[in-house]
Design a protein around this ligand. Structure first.
Ligand SMILES: Cc1cc2nc3c(=O)[nH]c(=O)nc-3n(C[C@H](O)[C@H](O)[C@H](O)COP(=O)(O)O)c2cc1C
Length: 263
């Protein structure tokens, strides 16, 4: 009888000790690896920006990527008002541009607006501020403008970057870094050949309206991009989000304001 009780006590002690040791190990690993995870997240973001701008080459080292990314300036844009965010309004909103995530802000009613009722891109809530990246040439003129975009694909939200040249009109590139589309179907948004069609297209027509459209069948006209074969719904999602973000409720007013400043 006594030995039975002993063995239950021992079993529980061993089990509890094991739990404790394991939980300590997991906590130490989670805390210890956090800086590494954060650094990798930043590297990944930098890589995505460069990829969209067509600056990512195979075999580039971490240092190469950092050097290329350092040429860009990170700025927050007040999308609703179509201008760069002011330091005052960011301070009031408690935003640090270096750590700001529009995706989190979109869940905060104080930092976003609902698009319900008129939401062609399936965004649901749109953050007031967006993080854009600008690169300047030797003459101090903006030669690349990297704009974050998001919207609904067939299976879930898609996140990417659309990059414009310094004329704020010509597309330099498009890249999706997160989506839930099917490999071989909607995931062909990642294909180099498909992405190449965007390069050099005019984002705006001469009358100022959005000039890009993803069309089913063979595209041929100015600004037309081939829809992905077998993935009409993803293609529609891309079309809708591009047109939304370049339009009046997206970066349209901000781009117009930058254009006006250039004179
Ligand atoms: C398992 C499965 C995965 C699919 N994934 C996608 C997808 O990622 N994107 C998409 O547009 N259509 C996808 N489809 C196809 C859609 O259901 C739909 O048939 C298609 O978008 C129509 O395109 P089409 O007119 O070019 O054939 C998928 C279908 C199946 C059965």
């Amino acid at each position: 009888m006594g030995s039975k009780q002993d063995s239950i006590k021992k079993t529980l002690t061993v089990a509890l000790t094991l739990c404790l040791v394991c939980s300590v190990m997991v906590s130490v690993a989670a805390v210890g690896l956090k800086p590494m995870q954060d650094a990798n997240k930043v590297l990944d973001r930098n890589r995505n920006v460069l990829s969209a701008a067509g600056l990512l080459q195979p075999g580039q080292s971490r240092a190469d990527i950092q050097r290329l990314f350092d040429q860009f300036e990170l700025r927050l844009v007040n999308v609703v008002e179509g201008r760069f965010a002011t330091e005052d309004e960011l301070r009031q909103a408690g935003i640090d541009p270096r750590t700001y995530e529009a995706r989190n802000a979109a869940r905060n009613p104080a930092l976003s607006r609902s698009l319900r009722g008129d939401d062609p891109a399936g965004i649901q809530r749109q953050a007031t501020f967006a993080t854009v990246y600008l690169r300047q040439n030797d003459r101090g003129e903006t030669d690349l403008l990297v704009l974050p975009i998001n919207g609904a694909g067939l299976w879930g939200a898609m996140y990417g970057f659309l990059v414009l040249e310094g004329d704020l009109k010509t597309v330099r590139g498009l890249s999706y870094y997160e989506h839930k589309e099917t490999p071989g179907l909607g995931a062909k948004v990642e294909n180099d050949d498909w992405r190449a069609q965007w390069v050099g297209q005019a984002a705006y027509k001469d009358d100022g309206s959005v000039g890009l459209a993803v069309v089913k069948g063979r595209a041929g006209g100015p600004g037309e991009i081939d829809g992905l074969s077998g993935a009409t719904l993803t293609s529609k999602g891309v079309n809708n989000m591009i047109r939304f973000w370049l339009g009046e409720r997206g970066y349209g007013p901000f781009i117009a304001q930058l254009q006006a400043k250039k004179g």
